[in-house]
Design a protein around this ligand. Structure first.
Ligand code: GLC
Length: 478
């Protein structure tokens, strides 16, 4: 009999996604199944109103019922889609999930409490009682808490083990204790489990209740034990560090593949990376920048928030742009940074371009056409953009933190690295690293060799999928 894993998450590519979590949930399950024929990995998600018609038309109805959440009685529809050999279940309730965006509603706590309660109630209906329930981020945290405090008392749920993965500790799911019973369907006896600093903290509750806690890089697993990175959770992580693991994410190297990506102007691989130039010239034209083969094009693709180090970019931009370089920024975020970057592009209209949007197609064109990719995050649990940039032959400049540290080593290190890195969080250090990259770019042979090397680093899921399997396999020893 296969070992059964159920991923619980609030997003997955291509059904619904707002960031890196969606990428991981959309690619790790099939990687796990490919890594070991012994595993049946399924995924359970909310059915959002934003799902593309292409996928909506593929939904197969499994069941409909009514469930309770505290005093509420709510409709629950269950649908499924099988994709790449993985079964994805979708939990439907239009009152909660037919909204224009995934997150940011006033009642997100209630929406995801409903989702988690529905996941637990759906198991007998889908006839899939997993050996391991693997929940991701605060939106799914209540499943781990319900398992320990409520459902674990029932026969079929008793032996289910739980893993909770932290993709980003800055979003913890914090609410007032007033809604402990009314919204979260918990009892006064559960108060201590979820309490942190006088509020309900769902991530804290899941850390306490889970059999294993993981995060998305080994370095971040260490960093979040310290107050600088823990967003307040270091005490509880310290108490639970015996069950804390860091496993670096991979990327979907089939979807992110410059040799057949339909969004690119010209396809290329590590043996034909000179074809990047063609992509660059077409990209420059598209962005309204002068077409210039030998001017290094520096790219930033990011949420525009301080957590991503965008403040350093705005501080260093004037100095960076004194050189013969071009800069393109793609992303949305805090008004302050959007405004700042917009004005930089205005001041240097012949060198810089700011696109205040998320656009997957455009991001692929930039990954392929740029030369240098800048990611100076203040903290970075894993980060996928530096891996995608590498795969498309764009050399990363990163700050040494979390997954950036685990995936990118400086060219100056022993054995040579695959990018340019700096440690102190300062605009000066960023400027220095960018200048080193621009300097290296001027030596064309050396640069071409570096691009080839960067493209050939293996960022696929192969290794990490094996690490997750070893982690799950510990539950099956006995
Ligand atoms: C979050 C983190 C990012 C990570 C992603 C997937 O978005 O901020 O660093 O790569 O989750 O785990």
């Amino acid at each position: 009999m296969k070992k059964k894993i159920l991923f619980v998450a609030s997003e997955a590519v291509p059904f619904a996604s707002s960031g890196g979590l969606g990428d991981v949930i959309g690619s790790l399950p099939s990687a796990l199944q490919s890594a070991s024929g012994d595993y049946d990995v399924r995924v359970i998600l909310p059915l959002y109103g934003t799902m593309e018609p292409e996928w909506r038309s593929k939904l197969i109805k499994v069941a409909e019922t009514v469930i309770t959440l505290s005093w509420r009685r709510q409709y629950l529809g269950i649908f499924k889609i099988v994709k790449d050999g993985v079964t994805y279940y979708f939990l439907d309730n239009e009152y909660y999930f037919k909204r224009p965006s995934l997150y940011g509603s006033y009642d997100d706590g209630e929406r995801y409490a409903f989702f988690c309660k529905a996941v637990m109630d759906a198991l007998p209906i889908i006839e899939f009682f997993p050996d391991v329930l693997h929940a991701h981020d605060w939106q799914s945290a209540l499943t781990v808490i319900y398992l320990k405090r409520l459902y674990g008392l029932l026969d079929k749920y008793r032996d289910i083990k739980s893993v909770f993965t932290i993709h980003n500790i800055s979003y913890q799911g914090i609410f007032s204790h007033d809604i402990l019973g009314d919204v979260f369907n918990l009892t006064p006896g559960d108060r201590e489990i979820v309490d942190y600093g006088g509020s309900i903290n769902l991530m804290k509750g899941a850390i306490v209740c889970a059999d294993r806690v993981t995060t998305v890089s080994p370095t971040y697993a260490k960093e979040i034990l310290s107050p600088t990175y823990s967003c307040g959770l270091h005490y509880v992580l310290e108490q639970n560090k015996g069950k804390l693991y860091g496993i670096l994410n991979g990327i979907d190297t089939v979807n992110y593949n410059p040799s057949n990506d339909p969004e690119l102007f010209v396809h290329f691989d590590s043996e034909s990376s000179w074809k990047k130039t063609e992509n660059k010239l077409k990209l420059q034209k598209m962005l309204g920048l002068p077409q210039s083969e030998n001017t290094p094009l520096i790219a930033v693709i990011s949420r525009l928030t301080s957590h991503k180090g965008i403040d350093l970019i705005t501080l260093a931009a004037d100095d960076i742009l004194q050189d013969d370089v071009q800069l393109v920024v793609l992303g949305k975020g805090d008004y302050l940074y959007e405004d700042n970057l917009y004005h930089i592009a205005e001041r240097y209209s012949d060198k810089a371009c700011t696109l205040l949007m998320y656009n997957r197609d455009m991001s692929k064109k930039i990954y392929a056409g740029a030369d240098i990719f800048v990611m100076p995050s203040k903290s970075e649990p894993c980060g996928l953009a530096q891996m995608i940039a590498s795969r498309y032959g764009t050399v990363p400049v990163v700050r040494e933190t979390g997954g950036l540290y685990d995936s990118i080593k400086d060219v100056g290190c022993e054995g040579g690295g695959n990018g340019f890195t700096f440690a102190p969080y300062s605009a000066w250090e960023l400027l220095n690293a960018v200048k080193r990259a621009v300097g290296a770019y001027r030596d064309r042979d050396g640069w071409n060799a570096l691009v080839k090397k960067v493209m050939e680093v293996d960022f696929s899921w192969d290794k990490s999928a094996k690490d997750y399997i070893s982690l799950y396999d510990e539950f099956f020893l006995r």
